[in-house]
Design a protein around this ligand. Structure first.
Ligand code: MG
Length: 254
């Protein structure tokens, strides 16, 4: 009988990657160890496919991608599963919703690379990757009430999500939905683990068998209410390594 599959979903910024340097440090070796024993790993974040692919290429790791808040899954074998709405459609609906409630919004699609760099602090290459969106629009609200905008968006089939710098407009999907889909595809005996650091990881962490939280850059754990959450010692990638050890122990015991 084939060995039951183990799968790990990980957030990137502040979790696998250091909050300041965007480097995985010791977590890279821990990730390689997981892959070497046959554990499947998925990046799972708000980042675009191009951004996640660039990170995987940079560190030469063969992982799957859950992109743009669960809008699509790209497995390592190349198969794609899409839950999101096409980007052009999201943008059109967002601008219609803003017009309907008298709000003014400005999205990545309205900005050039320089303006995205200014808003995000990303370098030019990363800002270009971040602009290659397929399913969700990140934007700033220049005037108007978020609550009213969210109501108007809802009528057009869009969800409004709050991020640290931007608001996001997207279809009816979330990271948890995508995580459950991947896990179900792996069969009834698959065991899933999730690694995150912040509020935007809540849906992913709720959807896995073993949710794990790394410490934030100030050394605290975000106060997230998820049943049986494992609080790992270590900030970002350092905590990630302890999480990987736990995954390895469980995987090897199966
Ligand atoms: Mg994070």
């Amino acid at each position: 009988m084939q060995r039951p599959q183990t799968v790990v979903f990980t957030d990137l910024d502040g979790t696998f990657l250091d909050h300041e340097t965007y480097q995985p440090g010791p977590a890279l070796e821990a990730l390689e160890e997981l892959l070497a024993v046959g554990v499947a790993v998925y990046f799972c974040s708000a980042k675009t496919r191009v951004e996640q692919q660039a990170i995987a290429n940079e560190f030469r790791v063969d992982v799957g991608f859950v992109v743009e808040n669960g809008a699509a899954i790209y497995a390592t074998a190349g198969a794609a599963t899409v839950f999101g709405m096409p980007y052009a459609q999201v943008r059109e609906a967002l601008h219609n919703a803003a017009a309907a409630c008298g709000a003014a919004v400005r999205g990545y699609g309205d900005m050039d690379v320089a303006e995205v760099m200014e808003h995000t602090g990303l370098d030019e290459r990363r800002a270009q990757y971040a602009r290659q969106r397929e399913f969700t629009e990140s934007f700033v609200i220049e005037s108007g009430e978020p609550y009213e905008l969210s109501q108007a968006m809802g009528e057009l089939g869009l969800r409004l999500q709050r991020g640290s710098r931007f608001w996001t407009a997207q279809g009816e999907h979330d990271k948890g939905m995508a995580v459950r889909h991947v896990t179900t595809q792996l069969g009834p005996n698959a065991e899933s683990f999730g690694l995150g650091d912040f509020d935007n990881d809540l849906e992913m962490l709720t959807a896995v068998d073993t949710p794990m939280l790394v410490q934030q850059h100030d050394g605290t754990w975000r106060d997230l209410h998820v049943e049986d959450m494992v609080r790992l010692s270590g900030i970002g990638p350092v905590g990630w390594c302890s999480g990987a050890e736990l995954v390895l122990r469980r995987h090897n015991a199966r």
